[in-house]
Design a protein around this ligand. Structure first.
Ligand code: FE2
Length: 217
């Protein structure tokens, strides 16, 4: 099974190709275009991945985009409404990008790669981050924490990775509850880690690991 993963239209566009769960090739568009932090459609990086695997777009079983554009647009519209009229200028500029590129991702992928619509999937932003950390790791089970500027709505998340599954325990979202997800997550982890470390005789690094583990399991 050949799966092409794509990230673009925000910063540092990139592509990766997996065959039967094994990484075959990956590349950032800036390495080919020579444009620093190139965020456009990663045409050259995709071609590099396809060539490395010796396949064409028609050989792909799935093409996966790194986030859900419509859910992200929902968040942007909400944040603009909450901060209007100061947000008007930013809104106007970002909408140009959305109308030109982001809302047409599926159409672009179909025409560029020759894949049918049912082969195009959209991952959640923080699931993409969690998967990129857990699946290449040497662990069969692991606690996973993601912290980001923002994804669709979430700024941070806690999850458990088991085998080929990732189970989310909690998302910390911006705006909806008017609290900063990073601050909330950080304080929870700190509190629980300190509490656990008071009852352990192990080395400090071990205590930190247990604290994190206990905080999410
Ligand atoms: Fe991110």
């Amino acid at each position: 099974m050949n799966i092409l993963g794509i990230s673009c239209y925000y910063h540092d566009a990139a592509a990766v190709l997996l065959r039967d769960g094994v990484l075959v090739a990956a590349g950032e568009e800036e390495r080919f275009s020579r444009i620093k932090h190139d965020y456009g459609y990663p045409r050259k990086a995709i071609q590099f991945c396809l060539d490395s695997a010796g396949v064409s777009g028609q050989d792909l079983d799935y093409v996966v985009f790194f986030e859900k554009p419509f859910r992200k647009l929902d968040r942007i519209l909400m944040s603009v409404l909450q901060t209007y009229p100061q947000s008007w200028k930013v809104f106007r500029e970002s909408m140009i990008s959305w109308m030109i590129d982001k809302l047409w991702v599926a159409t672009t992928l179909q025409s560029e790669l020759g894949v049918s619509k049912d082969k195009i999937l959209f991952s959640e932003h923080h699931l993409s981050h969690a998967a990129s950390a857990f699946y290449p790791s040497p662990f069969d089970e692991a606690a996973i924490m993601t912290m980001d500027g923002v994804g669709e709505w979430a700024t941070s998340s806690l999850a458990v990775g088991e085998g080929n599954k990732i189970r989310f325990l909690e998302f910390f979202e911006m705006l909806r509850d008017r609290r900063l997800g990073h601050v909330k997550l950080g304080s929870q982890l700190f509190d629980r880690t300190c509490r656990d470390s008071q009852h352990s005789d192990d080395a400090s690094s071990r205590r930190m690991g247990d604290g994190f583990k206990n905080s999410i399991l």
